[in-house]
Design a protein around this ligand. Structure first.
Ligand code: TYD
Ligand code: MG
Length: 453
């Protein structure tokens, strides 16, 4: 076998050394050196480059090729991917342990009739996967399992099997025999992902890589994987809740603002086509501190229940806690209420929760949050069938939000009768188009009167 040339590189500044060193002599960082292959056997780069056929082309002369997409049987996944899977695309699928990454991808393979899927697992045995497959139900007879962790052996199988879609679960368990470091190390991840990318591009086969995430919530390895792949999907959710959310953090072939919602059941993940109904369905009694926001995730409006609890601080420093929402934004809204409406919130504990364990970053939630806090402070329930969609600015002004007509339509569809919006949004819509009563507000002070009078 031809000899490999390897060296150690600092992951911080890129300095090179022939041996591992603890402290980088060039940038002074500790523990940043990893082994990498710099030349593989008989490849001769100078010969290659002189024979290269690539040449620069003016942008307008580049030929248009229709973007082919395979629609998967999973509608939520299609939505997040921007319509379907692009041939040759390398996808990275990240998420906390136990969130359902393996389940979702196995389910995809088992449901996709007529497509040959090869599911390579380095984590579970074929028997274990079979047990899971039986829970989910097997409808695709062409879903193959391979329990293997050696990259070279996997690549041989991939060439031989010629599957239509490949799943690798997970990239951290693979190891290439060309590198000595253990599976999961940065150099192994980079090498294995690089080889799989080459395979995906050369054979135009879409590949899904499952990636573990670390304590901080990013995919293990300093962003190497995210940079290499075409699509980064993140599977999130609270393990104690049933709902799981699939987002794309990067997509070279489509938008990144779409969201897929699933529910974990005894027989795998079920697609949730109509999330609003579930996220607010269990409201029977009227309780203070609860308000409904009409939010928009990607192209899809979702009604979300906001729950707030305001109580006197038991200890000196009041506590502020937010689940599913940015804590700094909550603090800002509290400061606005204190300054503009004269509510003494500085000595209160404030807890905020988005029902269903979902996480949202839509500024249109602001008005519902402010209303939920007011309702809890005064202990007056907000009337049922009332919802909100507006942003709150620092000076207490109620600001307009985008796509307000879609938000109104969704609220109307679910039987809401009144909706608070910014008065600056009225210009962009025809109020007569809607049956729902629109209450326009311009300042946060007005909200309280219009809500509770
Ligand atoms: P898993 O898919 O193995 O998660 P990951 O690959 O992200 O680590 O685990 C999913 C969890 O969901 C596991 O704790 C068991 C549970 N589960 C169900 O509730 N229903 C099911 O049908 C399956 C297959 C798993
Ligand atoms: Mg798994």
């Amino acid at each position: 076998m031809a000899k490999l040339k390897k060296a150690y590189f600092c992951q911080n500044c890129g300095a090179q050394a022939s041996k591992w060193v603890g402290k980088c002599p060039s940038c002074g960082e500790w523990n940043t050196y990893v082994e990498e292959i710099i030349e593989k056997g008989n490849s001769n780069s100078t010969v290659k480059s002189s024979q290269s056929k690539s040449k620069p082309v003016a942008v307008q002369d580049v030929e248009n090729q229709p973007q082919l997409r395979y629609r998967t049987p999973n509608q939520e996944l299609n939505r997040v991917l921007g319509g379907g899977i692009v041939p040759g695309a390398l996808h990275l699928f990240g998420g906390e342990p136990g969130i359902g990454k393996s389940t979702l991808l196995l389910q995809l393979g088992l449901a996709w009739q007529g497509i040959k899927v090869l599911y390579v697992s380095g984590e579970e045995s074929q028997q274990q996967i079979k047990m899971r497959a039986e829970r989910i139900g097997i409808s695709n007879k062409q879903c193959f399992l391979l329990a293997e962790t050696n990259l070279q052996s996997i690549l041989q199988h991939l060439e031989k099997e010629a599957a239509d879609v490949i799943v690798i679960d997970s990239i951290q368990t693979l190891h290439s025999s060309l590198i000595e470091s253990s599976a999961g190390s940065i150099s192994q991840i980079r090498e294995c992902a690089g080889e799989l990318m080459r395979f995906a591009k050369q054979s135009s086969t879409p590949v899904f890589l499952v990636g573990h995430i670390n304590k901080e919530g990013s995919i293990a390895g300093p962003k190497v994987l995210e940079h290499m792949v075409d699509v980064v999907l993140q599977f999130e959710g609270d393990r104690n809740h049933m709902y799981r959310i699939l987002r794309s953090a990067k997509n070279r072939f489509g938008p990144t603002n779409e969201l897929g919602i699933f529910e974990m059941q005894g027989s795998g993940l079920k697609e949730v086509a109509n999330p609003s109904e579930i996220l607010i369905s269990n409201r029977k009694e009227q309780l203070s501190g609860s308000a409904i926001a009409s939010s928009l995730e990607g192209m899809r409006p979702i009604l979300i229940e906001i729950q707030a609890l305001v109580s006197s601080a038991a200890y000196g420093t009041p506590q502020r806690s937010a689940t599913g929402f940015d804590l700094r934004r909550l603090n800002m809204l509290l400061a606005v209420l204190e300054k503009r409406c004269g509510f003494r919130l500085a000595s209160k504990d404030v807890f905020l929760n988005l029902a269903g364990g979902i996480k949202v970053e839509d500024p249109a939630l602001d008005l519902a949050i402010v209303s939920a806090i007011l309702s809890s402070t005064e202990d007056i329930p907000i009337a049922p069938k009332v919802c909100f969609a507006a942003e709150v600015g620092l000076s207490g002004e109620i600001r307009p939000v985008n796509k307000v007509d879609q938000r109104i339509q969704e609220a109307q569809k679910l039987g809401f009768e009144k909706m608070f919006i910014s008065k600056y949004n009225l210009k962009s819509i025809q109020t007569t188009d809607f049956k729902i009563e629109l209450i326009s507000v311009g300042k946060v002070e007005e909200v309280f009167n219009k809500l509770f009078s």
